[in-house]
Design a protein around this ligand. Structure first.
Ligand code: PLP
Length: 368
């Protein structure tokens, strides 16, 4: 099948693979704990990588922490900040990834009060709703930058400013934003930002946090003191070098946004059956197009389209066959929520792929 599921994961770019390969078997040292060449070489590779990533975000190298991926980053940011603090009020949204929502569910069990903001009719979180939800005991706000099911973008610039003024910590899951939004243009970053390598043409199992150094994070695990004690464990040098190499791809990724936008328009114009568009027209990244198809049940829907690899809304819901919580939050019935296709595009997508997709969906779903 032709791959249209780049929001689920991406292939490792050749340059990224090339950069990481020497660190498997030639430069295989243990960073930080060895008093010899091998350890120093590994440490140098890690610190060079840290510097490269931090400079992309315009922060200091010490503001980068390496983790196993965005799930761990989200957990460490939220739980690590709230650990040992007096229990107060937290704000997130009903359309966050499970790697944030489940954390808040746990916090709520622990006695924190949690407000879940609901999206507007276009599936976006409104800053004015957030402003209204803030209380005097609001401790932390977590809102994702780009929604993984719809591609809708949250106004994190305004929220960062708002949180700074209100003295509230702002965490944002930027997993789907990096490589799609141009971070070199942004002045206001969240206090805590999570991201993952495998969504930006790097390997699976590596991610990171960018954090404001005024924010006191506490570790969730204990060990050999790596990452200044925040995330102990022998550092996966090859993964870290690969993650840094992904940031060399940013010009390529950002340059391709315009091409991807023309593909999005072509797809939406080309589909000639009945569908509901779940992605905002002008407040979303063009890489993610979510449509729901009324009157075809989801099993039948997926039986009809074996030649394309698309997602049914969210990778982590794929096995459970439960309607996606994001589609439900937008207001869809269970049936419509289940009959959702998430088409996600990349700089690797060719115009001929897009043409095939349009013809194929028209034929298989709309009998045209
Ligand atoms: N957050 C968002 C928005 C995602 O899209 C994903 C990917 O599924 C994750 C978190 C989880 O990332 P990881 O696979 O790196 O743990």
């Amino acid at each position: 099948p032709i791959y249209f599921d780049y929001a689920a994961t991406t292939p490792v770019h050749a340059d990224v693979l090339k950069a990481m390969l020497p660190y498997f078997s030639e430069e295989f040292g243990n960073a930080g704990s060895s008093q010899h060449y091998y350890g120093w070489a590994a440490e140098e590779a890690i610190e060079t990588s840290r510097k490269k990533i931090s400079s992309y975000f315009g922060v200091q190298a010490r503001q980068v922490v390496f983790t196993s991926g965005a799930t761990e980053s989200n957990n460490l940011c939220i739980l690590g900040y709230l650990k040992d603090r007096p229990k107060g009020h937290l704000i997130t949204s009903s359309i966050e990834h499970k790697a944030v929502l489940q954390v808040f569910q746990e916090l709520s069990h622990q006695g924190w009060s949690v407000t879940y903001l609901q999206p507007n009719a276009l599936g976006c979180i409104e800053v004015s709703d957030l402003e209204q939800a803030i209380r005097s005991d609001t401790t932390l706000i977590s809102l994702m930058m780009v929604n993984n099911e719809t591609g809708n973008v949250t106004d994190f610039q305004s929220i960062s400013q708002l949180c700074k003024q209100a003295n509230i910590i702002f965490h944002s899951d930027a997993t789907q934003a990096i490589g799609k939004l141009d971070f070199t243009q942004y002045v206001h970053l969240p206090d805590l930002l999570s991201f993952s390598g495998h969504k930006i043409y790097g390997p699976k199992g590596i991610g990171g946090i960018i954090f404001n150094s005024n924010v006191a994070l506490k570790p969730l695990t204990y060990g050999g003191g790596q990452e200044r004690g925040l995330r102990p464990g022998t550092l996966p040098v090859q993964q870290i070098v690969a993650l840094a190499a992904c940031f060399d791809l940013m010009p390529l990724l950002i340059e391709s946004v315009h091409k991807i936008l023309t593909f999005k328009h072509k797809i939406l114009k080309g589909l000639i059956g009945e569908y509901v568009l779940n992605s905002s027209d002008n407040q979303s990244v063009p890489h993610i197009i979510s449509i729901s198809i009324p009157n075809i049940d989801w099993e039948e829907l997926y039986r009809r389209i074996p030649a394309i690899a698309v997602s049914n809304g969210s990778a982590c819901n794929a096995k459970s066959h439960l309607p996606s919580h994001v589609m439900k939050a937008i207001g869809h019935s269970d049936a419509l929520a289940l009959s959702t296709l998430r088409i996600s595009l990349s700089y690797l997508t060719h115009e001929s792929d897009v043409d095939f997709l349009i013809d194929y969906l028209n034929k298989q779903l709309f009998n045209r």
